[in-house]
Ligand binder design. Structure first.
Ligand SMILES: *Cc1c(COP(=O)(O)O)cnc(C)c1O
Length: 502
């Protein structure tokens, strides 16, 4: 043996790992970093919501591949100088753009703890997988799904919706379609959603091989809910012409105004027509935690699958999307695949089958479940539900403020926690677009925009648990002020709005 080793000249270098040489120095630096991170959240109101990134910062930040290492403290300084001041701003209570969650201090700690374990949640028999399964069990309980229902963490609801389309596809065509492709029969499969549905559903149809033309976007009523009668008619027309309807996607909280489709009517229709019923509940589904919102989600318990985001209304840090499928076996049939190196055993680390990798395309997966588990356990679902209800109350307050201002008009009914409105002006689209950018650049608040009835509207989605009445008032004042200046052309294109006095 010694002779063999000598001849092969096998002699690794002495151990030099990537661990710190001096743990106490590392610990001191780490404590500084943690303190700063806590301060960032605790003192977030002292910062502008968002600020434009100066060209010098972008230029200074660009660099070649770092072949030589640097001291951790130096790298950290680059982060604090160049990255931290120019983040999206969704931790800030004045952030109301798109539908972004605010995160939490608890979630931040959980992310750090997850990183310390460096767990890979693709499979195998370890407790982190049990944490993910615990969340699945809680979601089953919450949505009244049966014991056999499966669930999996994914990046976000865009991915959850894609996986749902793929599960519905395999359910409609049989597992052989995974080998042969969707073929002639698959080309006839047709899905349905509303015109107000999120764009990721059309993208999912495209990626799943049906093409986005395979999705029918049904008209909505005055409240932006899918017109169920029109849906029924379209299904009949499509069957008549030889197409094969297979999937209906209902929205629990549309992205533009937060409308909730009549999920009970959709589930009844799907049962009658034998169609897969998926609910895009990206931000709205967790509204089930708020007693005032839950009744409006009636019917969601009958869905074949639900996609939702813990990182929006659930306040879990990004990213934490989730898919739940009523028939776990169908879910598995869409993704499970044999591989010699993923052999399952009944004992040892390779036990515990089925594994999360059997329920989606990912093999290596991070520990998203931990921050979700910490969030749900620490705050409890009642408090999280109350925070959601409060964002709806703030939306009602904003609605009242808009209605009370002669210069402002409401652009859509306030269904949940989203308020769409306009500054009244001749060049409405132009002025309102400028106002949104002005308010963002001022650092006072960060609304976004959307198009309703062909006209641009300012959109305030109140998702952050930190948002308060004063933040709503600040948004209204800023919109009125920039609106007045833009209308009077006091502010020219090139002028940068003054930064708020933070
Ligand atoms: C945010 C959202 C999505 C997309 O979810 P991601 O987590 O961003 O991928 C889909 N549908 C609706 C209704 C949404 O609000």
């Amino acid at each position: 043996m010694n002779e063999i080793l000598r001849q092969a000249q096998v002699k690794p270098e002495p151990c030099e790992t990537l661990d710190p040489q001096d743990w106490s120095e590392f610990r001191a630096q780490a404590h500084r970093m943690l303190d700063d991170a806590i301060d960032y959240i605790a003192n977030i109101r002292e910062r502008p919501v968002w600020q434009p990134i100066p060209d010098e910062v972008r230029a200074k930040f660009r660099s070649g591949l770092p072949r030589e290492g640097s001291a951790l403290a130096d790298v950290y300084r680059e982060f604090t100088d160049n990255v931290v001041p120019f983040a999206t701003g969704n931790v800030h209570p004045g952030f109301m753009g798109w539908v972004h969650g605010g995160g939490s201090a608890v979630g931040m700690l959980a992310e750090m703890l997850a990183a310390s374990l460096n767990a890979n949640l693709g499979g195998r028999d370890h407790m982190p997988i049990a944490v993910e399964r615990q969340i699945v069990a809680w979601m089953r309980e919450l949505f009244g799904f049966p014991e056999g229902a499966s669930g999996i963490f994914v990046t976000g609801t865009s991915m959850a919706n894609l996986l749902a389309v793929l599960v519905a596809r395999t359910s409609a065509l049989g597992t052989m379609a995974r080998q042969h492709g969707i073929g002639n029969e698959g080309a006839l499969l047709t899905a349905y959603t509303s015109k107000a549905a999120h764009g990721c559903i059309s993208k999912a149809m495209d990626i799943a091989g049906f093409g986005s033309d395979g999705l029918r976007q049904i008209a909505v009523d005055g409240d932006h809910r899918i017109d169920v009668a029109a849906l029924r008619r379209q299904i009949a027309i499509d069957r008549e012409s030889g197409l094969k309807p297979f999937l209906v996607v209902g929205s629990a909280g549309t992205v533009d105004i937060g409308a909730i489709d009549d999920l009970a009517a959709l589930s009844a229709l799907c049962r009658e027509e034998k169609l897969w019923f998926h609910v895009d509940g990206a931000f709205g589904a967790l509204g089930i935690l708020a007693p005032a919102i839950a009744p409006r989600l009636a019917g969601i318990e009958n869905a074949d699958s639900i996609g939702l985001d813990f990182h929006k209304w659930g306040q879990v840090p990004y990213d934490a999307g989730f898919l739940m499928v009523r028939d776990g076996e169908k879910h598995r049939q869409a993704f499970a695949a044999p591989a010699a190196y993923l052999r399952r055993e009944t004992r040892g680390l390779a036990a515990g089958s089925p594994w999360p990798c059997d329920y989606g395309p990912d093999l290596s997966r991070g520990f998203r479940a931990l921050k979700t588990w910490f969030t749900l356990k620490t705050y409890g679902t009642e408090r999280l539900g109350a925070a959601m209800a409060r964002t709806c109350a703030l939306a009602k307050y904003l609605e009242a403020r808009v209605l009370a201002e002669p210069q402002l008009e409401l652009a859509a009914p306030v269904a949940l926690n989203i308020v769409c409105f306009r500054y009244r002006a001749e060049d409405s689209d132009g002025i309102n677009g400028e106002i949104v950018a002005d308010v963002q650049e001022s650092g006072i608040a960060a609304p976004s925009s959307t198009t309703l009835d062909g006209k641009l509207a300012i959109r305030a989605a109140i998702v952050n648990h930190r948002t308060d009445i004063a933040d709503i008032d600040a948004l209204v004042s800023a919109v009125l002020e920039f609106g007045a200046r833009r209308s009077a052309k006091i502010l020219t294109e090139a002028e940068v709005p003054p930064l708020a006095a933070h």
